[in-house]
Design a protein around this ligand. Structure first.
Ligand code: ADP
Length: 490
C-alpha cells in the first residue's frame, strides 16, 4: 500500500480481468443478495436472460422479484428459511419472470455467507437455465400422454368388438386382451404369465406355431382355424388371424391376434357332413338294385325297343352312380376315411389306359397324349389316380365347348413327374383360382354348365395323399392347364 492506494501487478490485474470475464459470461447466472433480498451483484448472463440493465437491478430489485408470483411465495416460505437454517439450498426449481413477460425455467443453488459470529452477511446464488431439459421433459410427458390416450382408444374400440382381440410379444406372451377375450379365457388381466399358445388345442398348437413362424419370416398375415380353451375348460372353434406390428412407444415387435368364433359354422358343416354321409349311403342301395333289375331286363328281353330304353336308362343310372360316388368320396375325405392302396405303377401305363378309355366316350374332343420316352414308376393308388385324370380331362371337355382338343402330357424331372391336362376353353378368372379346390366351389363364369363342385376337391385330396400337389394356370377365354406334381422316389 502506498499513498493510501493498493498497487497490483500486471499479472494480478490480468487475473482479475479474467475472473470478471468468467463471472459475467459463464453459461450460468450468478448473483449475490443481502439478507433482506436486495441484489448487490449480478452477472451479465443473468441480466441478458432477464433482459434488464444492471442499473435497473443493483440495489433496486430483491432476489424474489426475479421470479413469478408462485416463486416469490415459495422463496419466502421455504427457500429463505432453509438458507437461514442450513446455510444452503440445492437444485430448487424456479421460473424467472423476464421483462417481455416470458418465463424461463431455472434451477437455483444458493449459499449463505456468514461473518465470524455466524450471522448471515449475504447470499450467493447460481442459476442454471433448464429450458431445454424442461422442453424435453414436457415432450416426453406429452408423448406418454398421447400413448396412454391411444391405448385407451384401442381398448375402447376393441372392447366393443364381438371378436377376441389380444396382443402378444414375439414369443406369444399376452400383453393386452379385450373384455371379450378376458371373459373367454377366464382371466382378470392380460398378463405376460399367460402364453397365448397355451389356450390353443394341443393338436392345433404345433400347426399354428408353424404358420406363425412362416408368416413372421415372410411378414404376411396369419390365418388359421383352431380350437381355443374357454373359461370352463372347453375348446371352441375360432378362425384366428394375426398380424405383426411395431409398438410406436417402445419400438417392440408385437402381434395382434383376432379370434372370430366359427363354432356355429363348424356345427353346420358337421351336420352337413353327417347328412352327406347318410344321404350318399341311402342313395347308393336303391341305385344298385335298379341296376340289377336293368341287367335282368336286358338278359330276359330281346325286344329292340325295350333294350333301347333300358340302355338309355342305364346311361342315366351311370351318371347318378358317378355323382353318388363323388358324394361318398367327399364324406369319406371329411371323415378321413378314404382308403388308399399304394403300389408301384408306371406313369405312362396309367395315362395310356385312362386316356384310351376316355377317348371311346369323347364325341366332341380329340384327346392328345404325349407320353414319356423313358417311363417312370411311382408309388400310387392307380384307381384313385385314374379318377383324378378322368376328372381333369372331363372338366377340360365340359369347360371348352368351342374347342375340340385336350392335350395331356407327362414331364419327368429329377425328383418328380408332372402330368398336365390342357384345354382351350373358357378359362378361370384369376380372382377365383385359389378357390377352385374348395369343396362345392363353382366358378362364376361356368355356372351355366352343370356340376356340383366336388371333382377338384376330391382330386386335390387324392394328390395330397400321394405327397403331391395340383396347380392350375389359366387365362379367361384362352384355356386352362391343370398340373399334377407327383414325387418320384429313387
Ligand atoms: P364341377 O365341374 O362338377 O362343377 P369341379 O370341382 O371339377 O366341379 O370344378 C370346380 C369348378 O372349377 C367348376 O365348377 C368350374 O367352374 C371350374 N373349372 C374346373 N375345371 C375347369 C376348366 N378346365 N376350365 C374352366 N373352369 C374349370
Amino acid at each position: 500500500m502506498k499513498d493510501g492506494f493498493h498497487y497490483i501487478s500486471e499479472t494480478q490485474y490480468q487475473l482479475l480481468e479474467d475472473a470478471e470475464e468468467l463471472y459475467n459470461n459463464a453459461p450460468v447466472g450468478y448473483l449475490s443478495f443481502l439478507p433482506d433480498g436486495t441484489i448487490i451483484r449480478i452477472n451479465k448472463r443473468l441480466l441478458s436472460w432477464l433482459d434488464l440493465r444492471i442499473e435497473e437491478v443493483l440495489n433496486r430489485l430483491k432476489f424474489s422479484d426475479l421470479f413469478t408470483i408462485g416463486g416469490k411465495i415459495y422463496y419466502q416460505n421455504h427457500v429463505f428459511p432453509l438458507l437461514m437454517m442450513q446455510g444452503f439450498v440445492n437444485e430448487v426449481n424456479f421460473e424467472l419472470s423476464c421483462r417481455d413477460k416470458s418465463i424461463k425455467p431455472v434451477l437455483v443453488n444458493a449459499l449463505t455467507i456468514k461473518d465470524k459470529f455466524d450471522h448471515p452477511l449475504n447470499f450467493r446464488a447460481t442459476i442454471t437455465d433448464i429450458s431445454d431439459r424442461k422442453k424435453y421433459e414436457n415432450q416426453l410427458l406429452y408423448e406418454k400422454k398421447k400413448a396412454e390416450t391411444e391405448r385407451q382408444r384401442f381398448k375402447l374400440i376393441t372392447d366393443l368388438l364381438p371378436e377376441l382381440v389380444v396382443t402378444t410379444d414375439h414369443k406369444g406372451s399376452l400383453h393386452f386382451a379385450n373384455i371379450k377375450a378376458l371373459k373367454y379365457f377366464g382371466t382378470y388381466e392380460a398378463n405376460s404369465i399367460y402364453d397365448f399358445f397355451n389356450f390353443v388345442f394341443p393338436a392345433h398348437r404345433f400347426l399354428l406355431l408353424l404358420n406363425w413362424k412362416r408368416s413372421l419370416s415372410r411378414i404376411v398375415p396369419l390365418e388359421k382355424e383352431v380350437r381355443l380353451l374357454n373359461a370352463i375348460g372347453k375348446y371352441e372353434w375360432y378362425l384366428v388371424k394375426a398380424i405383426p406390428y411395431k409398438e410406436e412407444e417402445s419400438g417392440d415387435s408385437r402381434w395382434l391376434w383376432v379370434g372370430i368364433s366359427i363354432s356355429n359354422q363348424k356345427h353346420l358343416v358337421s351336420k352337413m357332413d353327417e347328412f352327406l354321409s347318410i344321404a350318399s349311403h341311402e342313395l347308393k342301395s336303391p341305385l344298385t338294385t335298379t341296376k340289377a333289375y336293368l341287367q335282368l331286363l336286358l338278359r330276359n328281353y330281346s325286344d329292340h325297343t325295350i333294350r333301347k330304353y333300358v340302355n338309355k336308362t342305364n346311361k342315366q343310372v351311370e351318371k347318378l352312380e358317378i355323382l353318388i360316388k363323388d358324394l361318398l368320396d367327399v364324406s369319406k375325405i371329411q371323415a378321413d376315411q378314404m382308403q388308399f392302396r399304394f403300389e408301384m405303377a408306371s406313369v405312362n401305363g396309367l395315362l395310356i389306359d385312362t386316356i384310351e378309355a376316355l377317348k371311346t366316350f369323347s364325341e366332341t374332343h380329340k384327346i392328345e397324349l404325349k407320353t414319356l420316352k423313358e417311363d417312370v414308376v411311382v408309388s400310387m393308388d392307380r384307381m384313385r389316380m385314374e379318377q383324378v385324370i378322368i376328372n381333369l380331362v372331363n372338366n377340360g371337355i365340359k369347360y371348352s365347348p368351342d374347342s375340340s382338343k385336350i392335350s395331356v402330357a407327362i414331364e419327368k424331372h429329377a425328383h418328380y413327374v408332372v402330368i398336365s391336362v390342357s384345354d382351350y376353353g373358357i378359362g378361370i378368372p384369376s380372382s377365383e383360382v385359389n378357390l377352385l379346390f374348395e369343396r362345392f366351389y363353382r366358378v362364376t363364369n361356368a355356372l351355366h354348365v352343370s356340376g356340383l363342385g366336388m371333382g377338384l376337391y376330391i382330386s386335390q385330396q387324392i394328390v395330397h395323399k400321394h405327397g403331391g400337389e395340383i396347380k392350375v394356370v389359366s387365362e379367361v377365354g384362352k384355356g386352362s392347364t391343370f398340373s399334377i406334381y407327383l414325387p418320384v422316389h429313387s
